[in-house]
Design a protein around this ligand. Structure first.
Ligand code: NAG
Ligand code: NAG
Ligand code: NAG
Length: 381
């Protein structure tokens, strides 16, 4: 017993020397404010443009829940880990409670304002600049209303939460596919990425000006391993790697991520009162997809919920799509039977099981810069 205790103390002391953070108290984030696209949308697009249809939500919520997945998203697991309720969408006026944060993300959002409408291209009009306007409005008006007292004190965040909150960002994927939709080459897409990242950085600066201090930034997924990208923008076989992923598409994502990381390092120097955690979602998702079998998952390049083709993805018949047959509604794009073993949900998004696995990697800090666990993302690296 004595030796064991001594050993434990040694290990704790050693990790304190290596990572002083581990010895400091955890951050106690009282709220989360999230900005993003469908990877973290908990009901924004659904509130404005109609619910993501069943079987979305089947596993955890047992009905559509505004999420593009069978269950919870990474942002839900982050909230749970921090002891906070799941985030309501800012746009959702039904039953929302914003006392511990708000979600400004909508599916299909881009960083740059889109030049096409949602009916033309599926791109959400709630781009990052609009999300920032909504956040600013929320910041001001939530305090005006909260000061009226009564129930509003229990629906809106305290003033001090805005400086103590975790500000999470997961956006950029749709800015990259915008170029694919325009048939651009890798080089043509690389040319506009600095403009995308200028707009991203300016949003961070604006949130900082309004008092945000703790930033948590996800990089973008390996696009070339996602069924919708493989189906909609095919590449010749010579450009497919050993795992079935499209090499030039992943190159775009990696370029975007390396530039994003440079920006984050710059912002860290510029906005000295803030802390920034850059999370390498790309590597985590790539590991999950390329090591799926070893990790207990199946068919990482095939959508669970879809309708036919090599990747079980059809952009005209998406997950939950229905047809009328002899006056009866039939769901054409249904869930697979083994969703809890699958990586990909609908060709674009991940299953709840995959999201939980991804979250577990994030939570430990091994894929973060600086490499600290989620609960310590408030002190300097
Ligand atoms: C939209 O069009 C303007 C003017 O041509 C251009 O500057 C901008 O980059 C375009 N935005 C996107 C997202 O393509
Ligand atoms: C809103 O959620 C918080 C945290 O879960 C809870 O304490 C509060 O009572 C809720 N507000 C209302 C009006 O139910
Ligand atoms: C992209 O290329 C495809 C196939 O050649 C073509 O059908 C489509 O119209 C092109 N799109 C644009 C925006 O140029």
């Amino acid at each position: 017993m004595q030796t064991q205790l001594f050993l434990v103390k040694c290990v704790v002391l050693a990790s304190c020397l290596i990572h002083p953070r581990v010895c400091s108290p955890t951050c106690n984030f009282p709220a989360i404010f999230n900005f993003g696209d469908s990877n973290s949308d908990t009901g924004g697009l659904s509130a404005a443009f109609g619910q993501a249809p069943y079987p979305n939500g089947q596993t955890f919520f047992h009905s559509p829940s505004g999420r593009f997945s069978d269950g919870r998203l990474i942002i839900d697991f982050i909230a749970e880990e921090l002891g906070l309720p799941h985030l309501n969408a800012f746009l959702d006026s039904i039953g929302s409670n914003f006392s511990h944060g708000a979600n400004f993300a909508t599916a299909g959002s881009t960083i740059r304002p889109p030049n096409t409408t949602i009916s033309q291209s599926g791109v959400s009009p709630i781009s990052l600049d609009v999300q920032l306007v909504q956040f600013s409005d929320f910041l001001t008006r939530s305090q005006l209303i909260r000061n009226q007292g009564g129930v509003f004190e229990h629906l809106l965040p305290r003033k001090e939460y805005f400086s103590q909150a975790l500000y999470t960002f997961d956006i950029g994927q749709n800015d990259l596919t915008t170029g694919l939709k325009l048939n651009m080459t890798v080089d043509q897409i690389k040319v506009y990425i600095p403009d995308v990242l200028n707009k991203f950085s300016n949003t961070i600066r604006s949130v900082y000006k309004k008092g945000g201090r703790r930033f948590w930034i996800h990089n973008t997924a390996p696009l070339g391993c996602l069924p919708y990208v493989l189906d909609r923008w095919p590449v010749p076989d010579s450009q497919i790697d050993n795992h079935g992923c499209a090499i030039p598409r992943n190159e775009i994502a990696r370029y975007y991520n390396s530039e994003l990381k440079r920006r984050v390092i710059g912002l860290r120097k510029e906005l000295v009162k803030a802390t920034f955690t850059y999370v390498d979602i790309y590597s985590i998702k790539l590991t999950l997809i390329t090591q799926a079998k070893k990790l207990g998952f199946k068919d990482p390049l095939v959508a669970c919920c879809g309708h036919g083709g090599k990747y079980n993805f059809n952009k005209l018949i998406k997950c939950g799509a229905k047809v009328m047959v002899k006056g009866k509604e039939i769901v054409l794009a249904k869930s697979c039977n083994d969703v809890s073993f699958r990586v990909n949900w609908d060709g674009v998004h991940f299953t709840e099981t995959a999201n939980r696995w991804i979250f577990q990697q994030i939570n430990g800090g091994a894929f973060s810069d600086p490499p600290f666990p989620l609960k310590y993302a408030c002190t300097k690296g």
